[in-house]
Write a protein of this length. Structure first.
Length: 92
């Protein structure tokens, strides 16, 4: 038995727990906001990302969240139909 989510399960997860995010292009997508701690030697930082359907996001997409502008800088695709989109504040 596989422990991996099926596409149907992944989409159900987004539908049940996701939030609406409006991209600056005008598109509205459903995302799960997440954070990941990255540790290297004595330094630690936090990476912000969201999970969404792969067809909904592209590298370079921008959005505004809590009055701050962000840009998608990396999209990690495991070919399940769901991706992790890492973003950084733009214009800083």
């Amino acid at each position: 038995m596989s422990r991996q989510f099926s596409t149907k399960d992944s989409l159900a997860l987004l539908a049940a727990f996701g939030e609406q995010l409006v991209l600056n292009s005008g598109s509205t997508i459903t995302v799960l906001f997440e954070t990941e701690q990255v540790v290297f030697e004595d330094m630690a930082s936090t990476e912000n990302y969201f999970t969404c359907k792969s067809i909904d996001i592209q590298l370079g997409n921008t959005f505004t969240l809590n009055g701050k502008n962000y840009q998608v800088v990396n999209v990690v695709d495991d070919h399940s139909g769901i991706v992790n989109a890492y973003y950084h504040q733009s214009g800083v």
